[in-house]
Design a protein around this ligand. Structure first.
Ligand code: OAD
Length: 247
């Protein structure tokens, strides 16, 4: 059982101005590894080599081999009950905003719409010459490193350390945080900015901020309410309990 406050129950039932920020923990139960902590990507891999423009300039083959392996890994994963609960809730409350740091596309695969992708997308490539991005779902990629039709190298359309986030996504995310009455922070360690700043923006603008995470994080103390548990368990329990009248 997930214990929730009366306030949270009311906000969920009302469904007005609900926004969620998700991180790697959202997809943990789909089988996608997280970044930090035991078994996380950055425990065994050097993010400087794999997730910076400098690492890519030094060794595009190595970077693409890693992303090709991640693409293969994620292609074998499916949305979990948490992704599905968010998508279903959004069907009944279309104004709900899903903001994610994840690049795995699992919110969209579950049926969520207008997902704000702050850190890019694993199945999108971008030309290093003209910056044009396009979807590419081929798994595995036929050539490593892949090249654009123009001959230039392609890169993953992912935000690397030291790079700016896509402006439109940042504006959408901050706008949603400022408007939110209820702001759920799900499965993120909340240490990578600017995403980690969104709960404080939402809180400052009057939102009820709820963390959903089995572990304590950098924003646990800022949250109005904390639901300690995995997203795939807590979200169906929280959102699936929407009273029939509001569905
Ligand atoms: P992290 O790996 O830093 O944090 C994952 C969080 O998920 C932790 O707080 C875990 O406690 C929590 N968690 C684990 N299992 C969970 C579950 N079943 N349900 C809910 N929560 C669970 O991942 P992020 O916070 O997403 O950036 O990392 C932020 C950014 O750092 C990523 O987007 C990526 C990374 O470097 C880029 O690639 C630009």
């Amino acid at each position: 059982m997930v214990e929730v406050s009366a306030r949270l129950r009311e906000l969920v039932a009302a469904g007005r101005d609900v926004a969620v920020l998700t991180g790697a923990g959202m997809s943990a139960e789909s089988g996608v590894p997280t970044f930090r902590g035991q078994g996380g990507f950055w425990e065994n891999e050097s993010f400087e080599d794999l997730a910076t423009p400098q690492g890519f300039a030094r060794d595009p083959d190595k970077v693409w081999r890693w992303y090709d392996a991640r693409r293969r890994g994620v292609a074998a994963c499916a949305p979990n009950a948490g992704h599905r609960a968010l998508a279903e809730y959004q069907m009944h409350h279309p104004g709900m905003k899903v903001i994610t740091q994840n690049i795995d596309g699992l919110h969209q695969a579950a049926g969520s719409r207008n997902v704000v992708e702050l850190h890019g997308a694993l199945f999108r490539v971008r030309c290093t010459r003209d910056g044009m991005a396009r979807d590419d779902r081929r798994v595995p990629l036929p050539d490593i490193p892949p090249r654009c039709a123009c001959g230039a190298l392609l890169r993953p359309d992912i935000v690397w350390f030291g790079e700016a986030l896509p402006q439109a996504a940042v504006e959408a995310a901050f706008g949603a945080a400022r408007r939110a009455a209820l702001f759920l922070v799900i499965g993120t360690s909340a240490v990578v900015y600017p995403a980690a700043g969104l709960p404080a923006i939402a809180s400052g603008a009057g939102a009820w901020v709820v963390e959903i995470n089995p572990e304590r994080t950098a924003i646990s103390d800022q949250a109005d309410e904390v639901l300690r548990g995995p997203a795939a368990v807590v979200l169906p329990a929280l959102l699936g309990a929407v009273p029939a009248a509001t569905r």
